[in-house]
Design a protein around this ligand. Structure first.
Ligand code: ATP
Length: 307
């Protein structure tokens, strides 16, 4: 493997316009090696465009996307530095997996022996002589990942790598990304699904409308973007609401039910004690945490309204 200690991807005030459409709008961030970084944003947020600029497939309108401090075309052996899977379907349908990988290896100056290794690594050794056109989408994803890894690069980029994979394939792709990061490589993968990110990424870069919304460790993102509250069902909502408010707690009625109160900044124990002291009967008492998917949707919707 290439030296990964210096591996970095950096976006410097990156802008990409297609005619009147601004796909990427002043993005700056740095991706580090040794961890899995998730690139998250709703459809059309500008993820693929950003990844294409790192790979030299699209030219920035302004700013720069650098790989180890250089633009890709300045690197002498790019395939040994960075590997990517952007569109798994982009394989000639009549070409076999082994022929496809051999031609990529040849073009990148990579020894032919590496073909067998990557086929083994992605679990396609048995299907190596079949034309890629006969592959399921999941198998095409595996072939795309093999192609990305052929040069044994220190940096790997996967655009929506879990699309089309069955549950076993998703588990496999997740553990592969984690292994690649554990080996010290830089791993950046995009998705529009928060749930996928939550299970795989250590760090998140979140964008919408081509702009940066968050660049932080997953744990910090979860802590700062999900709400926790106590939901309490009671036939004495008025009595309990007054008692909770007297205790300094923030209480609101549930949007749909008059017998349900939503209490922020409290524990179930404190709400239970206040209810007992006030004489209000409690039929249900639950600690609820918004899902990260909800938080992400709320975040991108707020951003959309502000835009
Ligand atoms: N070649 C192009 N010509 C014109 N507009 C483009 C081109 N490529 C992307 N766009 C536009 O730029 C915006 C960002 O697209 P991009 O594909 O980068 O988003 P994305 O976050 O990858 O979305 P998805 O998850 O749907 O792939 C979209 O409005 C898209 O229509």
């Amino acid at each position: 493997m290439q030296n990964t200690t210096q591996a970095s991807l950096q976006a410097h005030d990156l802008v990409k316009r297609y005619g009147t459409v601004t796909a990427v709008d002043g993005l700056s961030f740095q991706v580090r090696p040794g961890i899995v970084t998730g690139f998250l944003g709703p459809n059309g947020a500008g993820k693929s465009t950003t990844l294409r600029m790192f790979l030299g497939l699209d030219k920035p309108t302004s700013g720069a996307a650098t790989v180890n401090g250089h633009r890709l075309h300045e690197l002498p052996h790019p395939m040994r530095v960075i590997g990517a899977m952007l569109d798994a379907r982009a394989v000639h349908p009549r070409r076999t997996a082994v022929d496809h990988l051999a031609s990529v290896a040849r073009a990148g100056g990579v020894p032919r022996g590496r073909v067998g290794e990557v086929l083994e690594l992605v679990g396609l050794a048995e299907a190596a002589s079949r034309p890629a056109g006969d592959f399921s989408l999941g198998m095409k994803q595996r072939l795309g990942i093999a192609t990305a890894l052929i040069g044994d690069p220190g940096i790997v980029i996967f655009d929506e790598p879990l699309n089309g994979l069955d549950p076993e394939g998703i588990r496999w792709a997740r553990s592969l990304m984690r292994e690649l990061a554990a080996e010290g490589r830089l791993v950046l993968f995009s998705s529009h699904l928060m749930g996928e990110m939550q299970l795989t990424a250590d760090h998140l870069i979140v964008i919408n409308h081509g702009r940066l919304l968050a660049d932080q460790p997953l744990d910090a993102f979860i802590a700062s973007h999900t709400n926790e509250y106590v939901r309490v069902r009671t036939p004495h909502a008025d009595v309990l609401r007054d008692a909770l408010r007297r205790a300094g707690l923030l209480v609101r009625a549930d949007a749909d039910r008059t017998d349900v109160l939503i209490v922020s900044g409290a524990t179930t124990e404190s709400v239970g004690r206040i209810a007992a002291a006030s004489g209000a009967e409690v039929f249900e008492l639950t600690l609820v945490r918004d899902s990260l998917e909800d938080a992400f949707l709320a975040m991108t919707t707020i951003e959309q309204k502000a835009a």
